[in-house]
Design a protein around this ligand. Structure first.
Ligand code: G1P
Length: 279
């Protein structure tokens, strides 16, 4: 059973300055809902109720968002506006939120390692709120839900992948793998490279911001050396794990918006606005 989801949320979000000067990038809204709320909702849809968030000293707005806002609630009590807080209040009451603060910016692998005290010794999900995924078919399940199904079958770490244009590959971790189940689009990973140049990219199969990790990843991360840029990469740790046992890559069903880029953020906003009949 996967009961916990880790949300690395200590990044600076410099691409969105000045908006992210005082507002955490995970709190930027798509319409009226912050990215991190979409993320938490995805975890809930995969029956995960324990949200473990890696923050830093400038991200207190995140903790406040997933807590009661008594003064505000008092002010709008009895008005139609109460309805607007219904969804988030239900989430706050249903899920448990735990936090740890990251003090140094040393890469995604380091952020995940920082979350260890919140996770303990059990398999867990990792969700990067920048990658906002929607379903293609109405009766599809969320990406994390799909991945947990794959995890239940293989009991090893799982990464979600997507084929991207080769001129975009430098933004991603990339996998090489053997197709083991074409009904499920699952691959056994044989190699992984973090952010290759298009010329050096072994494939165009990019890792997106969803992982199921087995807890041995923490010890591997501790021993993973920083890369050229001084960052500890989860991709490098997963490569070690794939050599020690198995790592599975899964081509998820759905559509992803890269909300870490302004273009992707605008596309996501347009998608949701159209879907809700706003434009
Ligand atoms: C991180 C990972 C990368 C992965 C990407 C998915 O990169 O390091 O392997 O492909 O997330 O969004 P970042 O976007 O933090 O630079």
């Amino acid at each position: 059973m996967i009961k916990k989801c880790l949300f690395p949320a200590a990044g600076l979000g410099t691409r969105f300055l000045p908006a992210t000067k005082a507002v955490p990038k995970e709190m930027l809204p798509i319409l009226t809902k912050p990215l991190l709320q979409y993320a938490v909702e995805e975890a809930l849809s995969a029956n995960i109720t324990n949200m473990a968030i890696v923050t830093n000293k400038d991200k207190r707005a995140i903790e406040d968002h997933f807590d009661q806002a008594l003064e505000l609630e008092l002010q709008i009590r009895g008005t139609q506006k109460e309805e607007l807080l219904k969804e988030i209040n239900a989430i706050c009451n249903y899920a448990t939120f735990t936090y740890v603060r990251q003090k140094q910016m040393l890469g995604l692998g380091y952020a995940i390692l920082t979350g260890k005290p919140l996770i303990g010794n059990e398999p867990f999900a990792v969700h990067l709120a920048d990658d906002l995924c929607i379903l293609k078919e109405e009766d599809d399940n969320s990406v994390l839900y799909q991945m947990i199904k794959i995890y239940n079958k293989y009991q090893c770490s799982i990464v979600a992948i997507e084929e991207v244009p080769i001129n975009q590959i430098h933004k991603y971790g990339v996998i090489v793998g053997d197709l083991i189940d074409n009904t499920n689009d699952t691959y056994r990973v044989t190699n992984m490279v973090e952010k290759p140049t298009p010329k050096n990219a072994p494939t165009n199969m990019a890792i997106i911001g969803r992982y199921i990790l087995t807890p041995d990843i923490f010890n591997i991360l501790k021993q993973t050396k920083p890369d050229k840029s001084g960052e500890i990469q989860i991709t490098d740790a997963l490569l070690t794990q794939s050599k020690q046992g198995h790592v599975i890559a899964y081509k998820f069903k759905g559509k992803r918006f890269d909300c870490g880029s302004i273009q992707g953020y605008v596309k996501a906003t347009n998608y949701f606005a159209k879907q809700q009949g706003i434009i």
